[in-house]
Design a binder for this molecule. Structure first.
Ligand SMILES: Cc1cc2nc3c(=O)[nH]c(=O)nc-3n(C[C@H](O)[C@H](O)[C@H](O)COP(=O)(O)OP(=O)(O)OC[C@H]3O[C@@H](n4cnc5c(N)ncnc54)[C@H](O)[C@@H]3O)c2cc1C
Ligand code: SF4
Length: 336
């Protein structure tokens, strides 16, 4: 195990945990379910001096609260518990789909958490490899080096990608995260939380802990998540689309948002494409146009850093976008 030489700490409450992190900073990492962290540690992609387990904070930081306008989901809520909550099932069907697509039921039920999914690292075929495999190539930008293997000679940054299904759906749902530190709390929209930089994908300080995510649930909203992966389980998205569409009583679109996953270091928000839906009663033709525009916007982001060719992923982008938008719109119609 890559963590065998590091100190294991298990604070008994939130304030103790924040004190520890304030003291240790970037030398320590949080451990929730460990399903993203442990494989990286085993591959020596992360070698902290200490691990701070969140296991004693589960009571404090898990569960779903509903104030009618939004749902607050605690960071340590398991993926299964979040997806099974009645209010989530009734008002955020796209999130249920996204959470059910993560790994496998055992991972969702026992270990994987909402906070861990939001904070999961970006991924790349040249990065998520054993130390032995990587010893054959020069260190890339994400490892502090000066190359990007699939990026070619002109590459100047890391283009690893966000493949966290829950986070991609939450971005389309306009969610906000609460970050706590010894000095207080702050709230960030996901567009700010995800930096879009593969080297450092999260705008989170070394002393901060994500404590919850707040998801608005406006009336008349439908949502959907569509993921393409090599297998139906235990597979990250090669390309995915998350859509949320709200309509008014006449069926006119009041708000639409679309995020693509498996493309960019953050969920790729496609505001220009969905803008055209506002004020329209969208049918299949309009949705096809929006999906195509989304696909062409995403086109330049694809590089050969996944197990499926970039060309295929780019071709599939408008396909998943249209499926997610159509399903979200149909869901919205069912709400009024
Ligand atoms: C076989 C397998 C298949 C998988 N398939 C998928 C998949 O299809 N889709 C997908 O999205 N993911 C997948 N994953 C990744 C992972 O299971 C999920 O992203 C899961 O939700 C991570 O949650 P965790 O609690 O295990 O996170 P952890 O591994 O504990 O943490 C992940 C990262 O976030 C940090 N962290 C954790 N909690 C917090 C917090 N509250 N505040 C600040 N930082 C925090 C940790 O330090 C770590 O860097 C897979 C993993 C495995 C092993
Ligand atoms: S995209 Fe390039 S820099 Fe980033 S992890 Fe992959 S090889 Fe490294």
């Amino acid at each position: 195990m890559g963590l065998k030489d590091c100190e294991y700490l298990a604070p008994s409450n939130l304030s103790e945990a924040l004190d520890l992190k304030a003291r240790l900073g970037a030398d320590a990492v949080w451990l929730a379910g460990g399903t993203d962290l442990m494989p990286r540690a085993r591959n020596k992609l992360v070698s902290p001096k200490a691990v701070i387990s969140l296991k004693n904070l589960v009571q404090e930081l898990s569960g779903v609260e509903d104030d009618g306008a939004e749902l607050k989901i605690g960071a340590l809520t398991s993926l299964e518990e979040a997806g099974a909550h009645q209010a989530v099932r009734d008002r955020l069907p796209g999130l249920v789909q996204a959470l059910k697509s993560i790994g496998a039921p055992t991972l969702q039920q026992r270990v994987g958490t909402m906070g861990g999914n939001l904070c999961a690292d970006t991924r790349c075929l040249y990065y998520n490899q054993s130390a032995f495999w990587r010893s054959g190539v020069a260190p890339c930008f994400k490892l502090g080096g000066e190359v990007c293997h699939p990026g070619g000679a002109t590459a100047d940054r890391c283009r690893s990608i966000c493949q966290a299904d829950g986070a991609i759906m939450l971005a389309a749902l306009d969610a906000r995260v609460s970050l706590a530190a010894g000095s207080g709390e702050r709230e960030l929209g996901l567009e700010e939380f995800f930096t879009g930089r593969g080297e450092e994908p999260l705008a989170m300080g070394p002393d901060e802990l994500l404590i919850n995510v707040k998801v608005p649930t406006p009336k008349g909203q439908g949502s959907a998540y569509c993921k393409l992966a090599a297998r139906k389980a235990i597979d990250y998205p090669l390309i995915s689309a998350a859509a949320a569409v709200s309509i008014d009583a006449d069926g006119v679109v009041a708000k639409a948002s679309l995020a693509l996953g498996g493309v960019f270091a953050a969920p790729l928000m496609l505001k220009d494409a969905t803008q055209a839906m506002k004020g329209q009663k969208c049918g299949p033709k309009e949705l096809e146009k929006v999906a195509r525009k989304a696909g062409s916007h995403a086109q330049p982001f694809f590089i050969e850093n996944q197990s499926a060719p970039a060309e295929w992923r780019a071709e599939m982008a408008p396909v998943v976008a249209k499926r997610a938008l159509s399903e979200a719109l149909a869901g919205a119609k069912g709400q009024i």
